[in-house]
Design a protein around this ligand. Structure first.
Ligand SMILES: [Zn+2]
Length: 158
């Protein structure tokens, strides 16, 4: 658990693939995205959920203008007041998930969440360790720009 002093990659946008037409649809808010993500195994996403039909154009296509990563199906909704973001690994294979608490503390694993809850017991009524998932996000390899330079952060928009 460290104070959030370093600049991290921010999740830039959210998109979900329709199981029927396989188009990627942008999801307007993180709240809606997390709602879909939490239930996607029992309730697969289709264009209908956005009041669209599968024939409607305007889907997003993964390309190297932005790095895409697959989120964990069923991951819990981020507790109110907390932020969830990622750190791209040097080999660009995965994004490691971390959370930022309302106090600006970074939590990088369940042990740090447990320590945080000990330190700030006022959250214990509404938040538990199970509300956080640290499963890394797998990067879609074809979206990494060919000239991508991790150290210089060229083209990074996650
Ligand atoms: Zn569709």
């Amino acid at each position: 658990m460290v104070k959030n002093e370093n600049l991290r990659e921010r999740f830039y946008g959210y998109t979900v693939q329709c199981v029927e037409c396989l188009k990627w649809r942008p999801i307007p808010t993180i709240k809606e995205f997390e709602e879909i993500r939490a239930n996607v195994s029992e309730d697969p996403f289709t264009c209908k959920k956005l009041k669209l039909t599968c024939d409607d154009p305007g889907d997003m296509k993964p390309d190297s203008s932005i790095i895409w990563a697959f989120d964990e199906a069923g991951a819990p909704k981020t507790p109110p007041g907390f932020d969830r973001d990622g750190i791209l690994r040097k080999d660009c294979s995965q994004l490691d998930v971390f959370y930022v608490t309302p106090e600006g503390m970074e939590l990088r694993n369940s042990a740090e969440v447990a320590m945080f809850l000990e330190e700030y017991p006022e959250y214990k009524e509404s938040v538990s360790v199970a509300d956080f998932s640290f499963t890394p996000l797998k990067v879609m390899a074809e979206t990494i720009p060919e000239d991508y330079d991790y150290l210089r952060r060229v083209c990074v928009k996650t």
